[in-house]
Design a protein around this ligand. Structure first.
Ligand code: NAP
Length: 436
């Protein structure tokens, strides 16, 4: 038997498991996850009101219930089982641990109460156990969200929507209650570059045209007359679509709805201002764009905000013993190869870029490399895999969560959902384990 371990059951891990369990003769694929719940960012990263994106779990469920695939949940590689112990018992290890840690701005004031990284904030409203106690302070009337990517738009939209608009979502009840109770009226979405350089996509941007209580606004002076020349036609088309949407927002009436999304460009945060340890404002500097790069103008201004959410990307977290590129915050690798028998794919390989289909392509390429390497150098067939690691984990008192256990948790979450929601997630591991 060829024993293959995958660490992390998000999209990249599931895609690799799918291909290897089908294509490698006599393979046993074990997918470890530190949570009792599978699917990584599909469960805890994708916005709770974007259920269409989450439909991919149907496909992943088929993979995880295949005879030669085993979900090994609630096992933290690095603490419950070391990286070296895992490597010793498997012929192949694939690291697909994603990128969970927030990048920081590196400006004064980031330590103040009221500053939340986008990863923390998204994990909180999505019921990730790491952030069950985040309890973000949304008691002010203005929030600044830094960054011009789709994560910044997701957070803006979740804050802007009414509870009724979150029907058919799987936001946690705690998060929905906190957002409903928040008096927030002004949401500032702040990009350091211009609308041409923004990385958000039009499907996400245009959702703000249809919200019940929130109007999107932009200063028309920040919008260029047209798309710059010499861009490739596909990029030019995407930018033109965004500009068209933004022109519509520029014509909106400020007072038409009680909540305003202010889409702002060409401004870099300089300092988060505090009062008694809490955020009370944000100081920014205007930029001008030179050849697609932001150049500081020295012209500063302030926003009165009480919450700041930098949505500027993520880093992976190193597992002890694993080769890690600390500067880039990724697993050290060359084209997905980490060291003998060890591979990596997805955001922990390339950095936090690309939607799920892009990660599918990346995972498929790494899976093909694994297959080629196995063909070139066939293992002796004497590895122990889960027979050994499962025994070690049992000796250490770790409660391994199987896929059947997860299905029980899944059913309980679905059954306890109220108010038109699809599920009410358990956001504490103890509550999940107590069910089993
Ligand atoms: P992103 O698209 O890379 O956006 C990050 C933003 O942060 C950029 O606007 C970047 O500006 C800005 N930024 C970085 N450092 C900064 C700094 N020091 N000061 C000010 N701004 C800074 O990343 P993301 O939004 O986290 O999304 C990650 C990936 O997930 C993307 O591929 C995204 O498309 C995908 N995603 C997709 C969806 C969806 O399809 N609905 C939803 C969520 C996420 P610069 O461009 O100037 O560097």
């Amino acid at each position: 038997m060829i024993n293959i371990a995958i660490v992390g059951s998000g999209p990249s891990g599931c895609y690799i498991a799918d291909m290897l369990s089908k294509k490698v003769a006599d393979a046993q694929v074990d997918i470890y996850d530190r949570l009792p719940t599978p699917f990584g960012l599909v469960r805890a990263g994708v916005a709770p009101d974007h259920q269409g994106t989450k439909n991919i779990v149907r496909q992943f469920e088929r993979t995880l219930t295949r005879d030669n695939v085993r979900f090994v949940g609630n096992v933290n590689i690095g603490t419950d089982l070391s990286y070296d112990e895992l490597k010793a018992e498997y012929d192949v290890v694939a690291l697909t641990i994603g990128a969970l840690k927030d990048r920081t701005l590196g400006i004064p004031g980031e330590e103040l109460a009221g500053v939340y990284g986008s990863g923390e904030f998204v994990a909180w409203y999505n019921g990730h156990p790491d952030q069950a106690d985040l309890n973000p302070d949304l008691s002010g009337n203005a929030v600044a969200i830094i960054g011009n990517g789709n994560v910044a738009l997701d957070i803006s939209r979740i804050l802007a929507k009414t509870a009724a608009e979150m029907n058919s979502s799987d936001i946690t009840a705690d998060a929905q209650t906190a957002i409903d109770a928040s008096p927030v009226q002004d949401i500032y979405l702040i990009g350091r570059r211009g609308p041409v350089e923004a990385s958000f996509t039009n499907a996400e941007l245009s959702e703000f045209g249809e919200l019940e209580r929130c109007v999107a606004l932009v200063d028309p002076a920040q919008l260029p007359a047209g798309v710059p020349e010499n861009l490739d036609p596909k990029a030019a088309k995407a930018i033109e679509k965004n500009l068209e949407t933004l022109r519509g927002y520029a014509a909106n009436n400020t007072d038409s709805k009680p909540v305003r999304l202010h889409v702002m460009f060409c401004a870099s945060p300089l300092e988060i201002l505090g009062d008694n340890g809490k955020v009370c404002g944000l100081k920014l500097e205007k930029n001008k764009m030179i050849d697609g790069r932001p150049q500081a103008t020295g012209d500063t201004f302030q926003l009165d905000v009480q919450t700041v959410i930098p949505a500027i990307g993520y880093r992976s977290e190193a597992i002890e013993g694993m080769p890690f590129d600390d500067q880039r915050g990724i697993v050290r690798n060359e084209g997905g190869a980490v060291e003998a028998g060890v591979y990596t794919a997805g955001w922990c390989k390339r950095g936090p870029q690309g939607v799920i289909p892009a990660n599918r392509a990346d995972a498929m390429a790494v899976a093909k490399q694994i297959i080629a390497d196995l063909e070139a150098n066939t293992p002796a067939g004497d590895s122990q895999g889960f027979a050994a690691t499962g025994e070690l984990l049992r000796q250490r008192g770790i409660r391994i969560v199987s896929f059947a256990d997860w299905q029980q948790i899944n059913q309980a979450e679905t059954e306890r959902a109220e108010n038109g929601k699809l599920r009410e997630k358990f956001n504490r591991i103890d509550d999940m384990l107590a069910l089993l």
